[in-house]
Design a protein around this ligand. Structure first.
Ligand code: CLF
Ligand code: SF4
Length: 501
């Protein structure tokens, strides 16, 4: 179902300051802010900015600069999703529910404090599994307590299926957890019954439609309670072709009406070797094109659409695009001393904020004064953070995809790849896969690239731009050159056809 125009939605009154949806409405009309009892004010806008500016999931801009970590303290789950199998683990696998080691709250607190010293740009501690954090409330809340006590500058974040959320919102608020994610894949239990074979609720197991109905009601109740408690809520939805792909626009509309701050539509990850019901039964995930089309459809409304999710492991560490969890296995971090230093971290964060400002200034210089309708193209960017084209082609494990036109260069997604440079040498086999992954792009923007892969990329029709600068600047400059080239090619073609006549 296509969402109606924003104006026809029954949005809560814009004067309610606790409603994050109102903040988004304000933001999308040009400021990063929310409403207040007396209307939108700079103070309230500033408050929303502070809540998201260092959270790499809630702010696309922040994800270039700040890192998150997850601690795997929650093994049990109270529902079954057809796309989940927590028994499968692989150190190279990045999927929700995947984890190498389970931790006690005390181990988790130690690990967090160690990493807060080693990776000072780590600003968020999330609990996202491997099961459901609220099916393990004691371990989850004890972990938050320990960390809040020793590291007050670290934001606490929670991701849940929502079944037990209504019972815990007061505790979540009391612990100052300001970011909660609910995974909502349906608002129609008929569709839910195809995704969830059972839920375990108040000591009883429910199956089929009844299970999906209970889950749906609890998710809606939890979302409402978060809104009333003024806790920022993000909704994750897994796009499952043939099951909920045509339904997610309706989900988007419903969660917006209920005050969700951000919607993250993620692709189903499905392969037989994962041993999930969907994987074993040949259920496919969406193509990047299908995913983008749905995200674009939903982003047309007045709610933010998250496109930079990396579908993290339950023990992920680092910037969203880089997983450093293998550097911090239990044997390693338990032997490391805690080096958490609040003052030092604050200094480093102040430096990052300065870098962000300078990137913003550069971005502003490449925006034209007037918006004009124009051709859109995609480019693939190699970056290791900071908002810059700053990574060697051979070292990239993913490309960020930007959609560029005469007005803007917008981040629209990412593509995972096997990195080309293995043990100092380029791998021919992986190059074919890389070219395939970005075949809908016109150019690759990298800090450097070797002659051989450069030629191969060019043969495949991809232009190669070597630069070290702000992503949007490099992308827009390339766009202008591309448009000029196309115009010249068009002129030459026309001249040839006139001669032929
Ligand atoms: Fe973790 Fe989730 Fe918090 Fe982020 S992840 S609990 S909100 S700190 Fe982020 Fe990872 Fe996507 Fe989650 S990229 S899977 S959205
Ligand atoms: Fe797996 Fe999370 Fe679903 Fe539980 S809620 S079955 S942990 S994906």
């Amino acid at each position: 179902m296509t969402p109606p125009p924003a104006a026809s939605l029954s949005a809560p009154p814009v004067t309610d300051p606790s409603n994050p949806q109102n903040m988004v409405t304000q933001k999308q009309s040009g400021s990063c802010g929310c409403s207040s009892k007396t209307g939108s004010t700079p103070e309230v806008n500033e408050r929303l900015r502070e809540r998201i500016e260092k959270h790499p999931c809630y702010s696309e801009e922040a994800h270039h600069h700040y890192a998150r970590m997850h601690v795997a303290v929650a093994p049990a789950c109270n529902i079954q999703c057809n796309y989940c199998n927590r028994k499968y683990d692989c150190a190279n696998e990045s999927r929700p529910g995947v984890v190498s080691e389970l931790l006690t709250p005390e181990e988790a607190a130690h690990k967090t404090l160690v990493i807060a010293g080693k990776i000072p740009q780590m600003t968020v501690l999330g609990i996202a599994g491997p099961g459901d954090p609220l099916a393990n409330p004691e371990k989850t809340f004890r972990t938050f307590e320990l960390i809040a006590d020793k590291a007050p500058d670290i934001k606490l974040c929670l991701s849940t299926n929502g079944l037990m959320l209504p019972d815990h919102v007061d505790r979540i608020k009391q612990l100052n957890v300001d970011h909660v994610t609910i995974t909502i894949n349906m608002v129609d239990p008929e569709i839910g019954a195809q995704i969830y074979p059972w839920v375990h609720y108040r000591r009883r197991r429910y199956k089929g439609l009844e299970a999906a109905q209970i889950l749906h009601e609890r998710q809606m109740e939890g979302l409402q309670a978060l809104q009333e408690a003024d806790i920022l809520c993000k909704v994750n939805s897994v796009m499952i072709p043939g099951i909920n792909d045509h339904h997610l626009a309706e989900v988007d509309q419903v969660i917006r009406e209920k005050g969700a701050f951000l919607h993250n539509i993620m692709p189903l990850i499905s392969a037989p070797e994962h041993g999930t019901y969907f994987g074993l039964n040949g259920q496919r995930g969406p193509t990047p094109k299908e995913l983008k089309a749905l995200q674009d459809q939903c982003a047309g409304s007045n709610m933010r659409m998250m496109r930079h999710c990396r579908q993290c492991r339950a023990d992920a560490v680092g910037l969203l695009g880089e997983d450093r969890s293998q550097e911090f296995t239990k044997d390693k971090y338990m032997a490391m001393p805690v080096e958490y230093d609040l003052e030092e971290r604050q200094k480093i964060h102040a430096g990052i904020e300065k870098t962000k400002q300078s990137v913003q200034k550069t971005k502003a210089t490449v925006k034209p004064a007037e918006v004009v309708p124009s051709l859109k193209i995609l480019v693939a960017v190699a970056t290791k953070g900071g908002g810059l084209v700053n990574q060697h082609f051979g070292h990239a494990k993913e490309f960020m995809i930007y959609e560029v036109d005469a007005n803007d260069a917008k981040f629209v997604g990412h593509r995972k790849i096997d990195h080309y440079c293995q043990g100092g040498y380029g791998e021919e086999g992986t190059l074919t896969g890389i070219i395939q992954a970005i075949s809908d792009c016109k150019a690759v923007l990298v800090s450097k690239v070797g002659d051989c892969p450069k030629l191969e990329l060019q043969h495949a029709g991809l232009q190669v731009v070597e630069a070290y600068d702000v992503i949007e600047k490099v992308a827009r400059e390339y766009y202008d050159r591309y448009v000029q080239e196309q115009a010249m090619i068009g002129q030459a073609d026309r001249a040839r056809s006139v001669q032929a006549v």
